[in-house]
Design a protein around this ligand. Structure first.
Ligand code: ARG
Length: 405
């Protein structure tokens, strides 16, 4: 009988390493590991060696950094998406891409099943599996965390030790923190952070330093935005990936983009996460400044109403859903008008917009000023007479009913 093939999304962390060994030992199958490079700044070749050592039949390394920036991060930024007012969703947006690459590898290998190392409590399982549902409804899905009888990360550590699986321990020798990194952000969760009253240790932050250790002098950065996307930084044209990389470097130098928050997970529990999102924080601010000059008032208003719904879809793993795609078309259409150059000062964790330039924008100096030449102040009277009509009627009826009592 032909042995079946399982394609596992492998990161080299504790969960996926244990999942790999557990799948190999419990299934009559060859386990293929896919490592998707989304800019996690890790040594992927050594992660691949680790997978082979644990028992993978083969490892595929997929460089998806350009796709990630161009097809996922930039479209999401066009919607100004933030979840619960703060989270720029760096982890949410990587999952559909990783899952899509995994499906592509499964097709190439003629595999039967897809597997991931996400827990049964978290958001990532949902993002992986809703992507599988949308792109590969015919493939079987295996989620080891929902099957095995390991209950905690400490159980996983013990399993790893028993099976000589190499893992990185926490600094105190205990449960390691769960870190998720890509071109857009670094997220920290678990361990010490599980107590929301506990401050993150300063040595936790991998990329964005405390503002006590950033230069006193700020730095100006010029971002050119075309069709809502960053096209150039300081006058140099860049691809979406290069723009993110460049802005990450600048943001990291100035302590920009830390965010410590408690968020509502998809399944309802609250979870405390700390994020570092340097480049995208700068880009988000630049885009908002450009929209201020270029977007029609009602379009802006509509965008602001639709954004939380869009953000919810992305957070909830619905990137490949018809509803997200419908909203995307609306955002993309609106963003055609967003063309501007924004100059910002980065200093001590703060992004300040200091100059805005938009040749074809909606801002007209002569209209905004108190100059009378192109505007008749008297015109506002008619507007106020009509806008106030129903309020006067309402006030009169109230006075009448109160008087009649
Ligand atoms: N709570 C965040 C989210 O759901 C971060 C998840 C990070 N994932 C991880 N495996 N550490 O988007």
């Amino acid at each position: 009988m032909k042995r079946s093939k399982i394609v596992l999304a492998y990161s080299g962390g504790l969960d996926t390493s244990v999942a790999l060994r557990w799948l190999r030992d419990t299934r009559e199958a060859d386990i293929y590991c896919v490592i998707v490079d989304v800019g996690q700044r890790e040594e992927l070749a050594s992660i691949a060696r680790r997978a082979m050592q644990i028992g993978a039949a083969d490892v595929l390394i997929e460089d998806a950094r350009d796709d990630f920036a161009r097809e996922f991060v930039f479209p999401m930024l066009r919607a100004n998406a933030r979840y619960e007012g703060a989270y720029l969703m760096g982890s949410c947006i990587a999952r559909p891409l990783i899952a899509r690459r995994q499906v592509e590898c499964a097709r190439r290998l003629g595999a039967d099943a897809l597997a991931h190392g996400a827990t049964g409590k978290g958001n990532d399982q949902i993002r992986f599996e809703l992507t599988y549902a949308a792109l590969a409804p015919d493939l079987q899905v295996i989620a080891p965390w929902r099957i095995w009888d390991l209950r905690t990360r400490l159980d996983l550590i013990a399993y790893a030790r028993d099976h000589s699986i190499p893992i990185t321990m926490g600094s105190d020798g205990g449960d390691p923190m769960s870190i998720d990194q890509n071109l857009m952000h670094t997220s920290y969760e678990g361990h010490l952070l599980e107590d929301p009253s506990c401050q993150p240790p300063d040595d936790m932050f991998l990329h964005v330093p405390d503002v006590g250790n950033t230069p006193d002098d700020g730095e100006l950065v010029t971002i050119t935005i075309a069709g809502g996307d960053a096209r150039a930084v300081n006058g140099t044209e860049l691809s979406p990936r290069e723009a993110l990389e460049t802005l990450n470097r600048l943001g990291e130098r100035h302590g920009i983009g830390r965010c410590d928050m408690v968020e509502s997970r998809i399944l309802g529990m609250k979870s405390r996460n700390v994020y570092e999102t340097p480049g995208a924080t700068i880009l988000h601010a630049a885009r908002r400044a450009a929209e201020g000059l270029c977007l029609d008032k009602e379009v802006l208003f509509l965008q602001e109403e639709l954004m939380p719904r869009y953000a919810r879809m992305v957070y909830h793993g619905l990137w490949f859903s018809p509803e997200r795609q419908v909203l995307q078309v609306a955002f993309d259409k609106a963003q055609e008008a967003v063309n501007a150059t924004i100059i910002m000062r980065l200093r001590k964790g703060i992004v300040d917009v200091v100059e805005r330039h938009a040749a074809g924008g909606l801002y007209h100096k002569e209209l905004a000023s108190f100059d009378d030449r192109n505007y008749r102040h008297g015109d506002a009277e008619g507007y106020l007479r009509l806008a106030g009509l129903r309020l006067r009627l309402w006030a009169r009826s109230r006075a009448g009913s109160l008087g009649g009592r």
